[in-house]
Ligand binder design. Structure first.
Ligand SMILES: [Zn+2]
Length: 303
């Protein structure tokens, strides 16, 4: 199995300083990472500082899009608002991808919407058509489970969107989305939410880097057990580097355990390439969630 560290880079003022610390940790292990950058951040005041970090270590980072304005682009449930219009989806995708290419001078082959959703973009033709028009090759939108924020997310392998009519697009799911859920990272405890999950949450919010490492190590164990070709962590610079972990010790511990278990640290661009070369790595696509099908009637479901 390979291990992929992804960092959604989104909060102005907080992400770039943290990314410097994270980059140092990855450099110590000569371990690459995947960044998903919000277009507004790349276009804004901090864009040049971000580009300098990337240019210092050009082989260390894959850089991909995290929408233009950090937008939610999947209507997850009939009651999740606002419902993004096709125009909004197209604009957020195209502009987000363009700013990575124009401002950061990176090819931008991949895309991750804010929050993601169970089953990624299955049954979302507007999103898939926007990705194709933007020249993307893959998305990483399947970040959650049927329970939404579970621990870990669904342990699903990579798949092709061929069943949706997009055999040129791959989905590379994320499996750990807990860095923002299991601790108070400076915004208050109300942001650390817990949902039902087939896996055990820690009995209380984690404090130390070692405690947090314990949570992510369980994701790694579960991914190994599920036989995934890669385990993809969904992290954020501004929540991984926090008051209780200013030097990124949790990342250090995770990189160490990946190396000790013999797992190559990879990136999503590299995994997309590997899946194209070895289609046997692909899993069947998950079924389209019923709420995304035409004529779905939520009232009848609860009647
Ligand atoms: Zn985000």
């Amino acid at each position: 199995m390979r291990v992929v560290f992804t960092y959604d880079t989104e909060e102005a003022g907080l992400c770039i300083p943290a990314l410097r610390v994270i980059t140092r940790a990855h450099r110590r292990f000569d371990a690459p990472m995947t960044l998903f950058v919000v277009g507004e951040l790349a276009d804004g005041q901090e864009g040049p500082a971000l580009k300098r970090i990337l240019d210092e270590t050009p082989d260390l980072h894959d850089v991909n899009s995290h929408t233009y304005r950090h937008s939610r682009l999947i209507c997850k449930n009939p009651w999740s608002l606002p419902v993004p219009t096709p125009e909004f989806i197209f604009e957020e995708t195209a502009r987000g991808v363009a700013s990575i290419r124009d401002r950061l001078d990176r090819p931008c082959r991949g895309f991750r919407p804010r929050s993601g959703a169970g089953c990624g973009f299955r049954g979302c033709p507007e999103n898939l058509s926007a990705l194709r028009a933007a020249g993307c090759e893959w998305s990483s939108a399947y970040l959650k489970s049927a329970f939404e924020d579970s621990l870990p997310g669904d342990l699903h392998g990579p798949f092709s969107y061929a069943d949706d009519g997009y055999d040129d697009l791959l989905e590379l799911p994320g499996h750990g989305w807990q860095d923002a859920l299991v601790k108070d990272y400076g915004r208050g405890r109300q942001y650390a939410v817990r949902w039902p999950s087939p896996f055990a949450y820690p009995p209380r919010l984690v404090e130390t880097p070692q405690e947090e490492f314990g949570v992510h190590r369980r994701t790694l164990d579960a991914a190994e057990e599920a036989g995934l070709p890669f385990c993809c962590f969904v992290f954020h610079p501004w929540t991984m580097i926090r008051r209780q972990d200013p030097e990124g010790d949790c990342i250090d511990l995770l990189l160490r355990v990946a190396r000790d278990r013999g797992h190559e640290v990879s990136t999503l661009d590299a995994e997309a390439r590997r899946c194209r070369e070895q289609p046997a790595l692909l899993w069947p696509a998950p079924p389209i969630p019923p709420q995304r099908t035409q004529g779905y009637d939520v009232a009848r479901r609860f009647a």
